[in-house]
Design a protein around this ligand. Structure first.
Ligand SMILES: Cc1ncc(COP(=O)(O)O)c(C=O)c1O
Length: 287
């Protein structure tokens, strides 16, 4: 894997080792910031417009002034890929915080946002995409504004850790039995040819891949119903899958040790995966 040392910061492009922040930093001390993870295929970004739009929605929701326009963000991130001579599959991680200031809870006043973005290699999870993954269910203990892609990820971290300790790929989060989403993904259940998923309310992150899943379903004439399913529905599901920028459209074949249908990725999930590969112009396979 290659190293991609050029990092975007609020002062321009710098080597990653030059990026230092004081310990009194709003992101570090309060999680007072937002972020995005953008998929890169063969050096080119996928769903960049959707990610930048969501970044601006998150910024508005937490009243954070970003130091660039949407078009400038697009140009800067494209320049970041160019400067790193990115040609592989990977991600851009971008975060923006309310800046560096002495620690008091209220906004610090006239302090500029701290912004950085870097590039990292990330091969596609081809084997898992082909055979499917397992998941566990966990209580969704998060706050009421999960549509904001906030740096406060402690409940997500704990849920994912529980999944990992169980040998599972993802934690499916439920509130009063209703499935909201995964710890780092959106979740869908297929029953009798219809896709069910939690509506895009404040209780879930409005995934960029989720937006595409809805369009793919429409193109395939598969009904896409925004209605939360419950954990009790899962054992009777015909198919289950999750989506995210890093996991793409990932079949889930086992939940809490119970096999879903015949334990293999279902036909609608596989059709959606095909649509995804077409949309992302994926022409190569790497394992
Ligand atoms: C909680 C949560 N839900 C959903 C998603 C999927 O979002 P996207 O499709 O934009 O990657 C993520 C992505 O990391 C996430 O953290």
């Amino acid at each position: 894997m290659s190293v991609h040392p050029i990092t975007l910061s609020q002062t321009g492009f710098v080597h990653r080792d030059e990026l230092t922040y004081p310990f009194e930093e709003r992101g570090l001390q309060f999680g007072d910031g937002i972020y995005e993870v953008i998929r890169i295929y063969a050096g080119a970004s996928y769903l960049l417009t959707e990610h930048i739009d969501r970044l601006f929605r998150s910024a508005e929701a937490i009243r954070l002034d970003l130091p660039f326009s949407k078009q400038e963000a697009r140009n800067l991130l494209t320049e970041l890929l160019n400067q790193n001579e990115m040609t592989s599959d990977g991600i851009i991680y971008l975060q923006a915080t309310r800046g560096s200031a002495p620690r008091v809870h209220a906004f610090p006043g006239d302090v500029p946002a701290n912004v950085y973005a870097y590039v990292q290699d990330m091969p596609r999870k081809t084997k898992k995409l082909t055979s499917g993954v397992s998941a566990i269910t966990q209580r969704d203990t998060r706050w009421e504004n999960c549509y904001i892609k906030s740096l406060n990820l402690l409940p997500n971290v704990l849920a994912k850790q529980a999944a990992q300790e169980n040998g599972s790929y993802e934690a499916i989060l439920q509130k009063d039995g209703k499935v909201t989403e995964g710890s780092s993904s959106n979740i869908y259940l297929i029953k009798d040819g219809t896709i069910f998923t939690h509506p895009a309310t404040k209780h879930i992150l409005h995934g960029c891949v989720r937006m595409r899943v809805e369009e793919f379903a429409h193109d395939l004439a598969v009904p896409f119903v925004e209605k939360a399913f419950t954990t009790a529905d899962i054992p009777d599901a015909d198919e289950l899958f999750l989506s995210s920028s890093t996991s793409e459209i990932m079949p889930v074949i086992d939940v809490d040790g119970i096999q879903i249908a015949d334990g293999a990725p279902g036909s609608i999930t596989r059709e959606l995966q095909y649509q995804y590969e077409q949309d992302a112009a994926i022409t190569h396979v790497n394992v």
